[in-house]
Design a protein around this ligand. Structure first.
Ligand code: DQA
Length: 189
């Protein structure tokens, strides 16, 4: 370059509109791929709900419900969640309205529900309606075989909306329910 002459910009120095657009499109596509991959690899979240009197497990009619406590059930579910690469939130309430609130929360915050509605199984239209409104896969679980027991336990409102029902297998039923939900969720990616 000779005295005082300024260098002319080359075509590389200033991007043309076309190349700017191309870069923007590439960036957009890359971001979409990253977001999609992150979504596919993100652990699915399961809400595990337990209804009234299940806080007494271990001491409540152990000949029917077994000697394991609710804490044992929670530990089992958390171990199973690790095996299946799921996230779980394990809760229990003796109150119908609280269970309804939690089920409503699942509409936005969870991918599926595993529920032992306990006595509300046989009485609660409110829980049935809340579950229906989630549009999520639902597994109903019972420790005892409700069909072998009193007549009033043979009717389940929750079964009218549940994707599947497991009963009579004790706390192992929770682990089976989680496996079923994991399969359902991976086939609905
Ligand atoms: C139960 C069966 C219900 O009939 C009963 O009211 C329960 C527990 C079970 O896990 O076997 O509380 O859901």
């Amino acid at each position: 370059m000779q005295g005082g002459q300024t260098k002319k910009p080359t075509s590389d120095a200033k991007p043309t509109i076309a190349s700017t657009e191309r870069r923007a499109i590439t960036l957009l596509i890359t971001s979409i791929i990253i977001i999609k991959d992150a979504h596919l690899t993100m652990a699915k979240k399961i809400l595990i709900l337990n209804g009234p009197n299940l806080n007494l497990l271990g001491t409540r009619e152990p000949e029917i419900y077994g000697s394991e406590t609710l804490q044992d059930v929670e530990t089992l579910c958390k171990e199973k969640a690790q095996d299946l690469d799921l996230k779980v939130d394990f809760r229990q309430s003796n109150h119908e309205g609280i269970l309804v609130d939690w089920i409503q929360e699942a509409r936005v915050s969870f991918d599926a529900i595993l529920i032992n509605p306990a006595a509300y199984t046989h009485t609660s239209v409110a829980i049935l309606d809340a579950l229906s409104a989630t549009g999520k896969p639902i597994v109903e679980v019972h420790l005892s075989n409700i069909h072998k027991r009193e007549e009033f336990r043979h009717t389940s409102y929750v079964s009218k909306i549940a994707t599947g029902v497991i009963c009579g297998l004790g706390i192992h039923g929770y682990a089976l329910g989680m496996e079923a939900l994991s399969r359902l969720l991976s086939s609905h990616k």
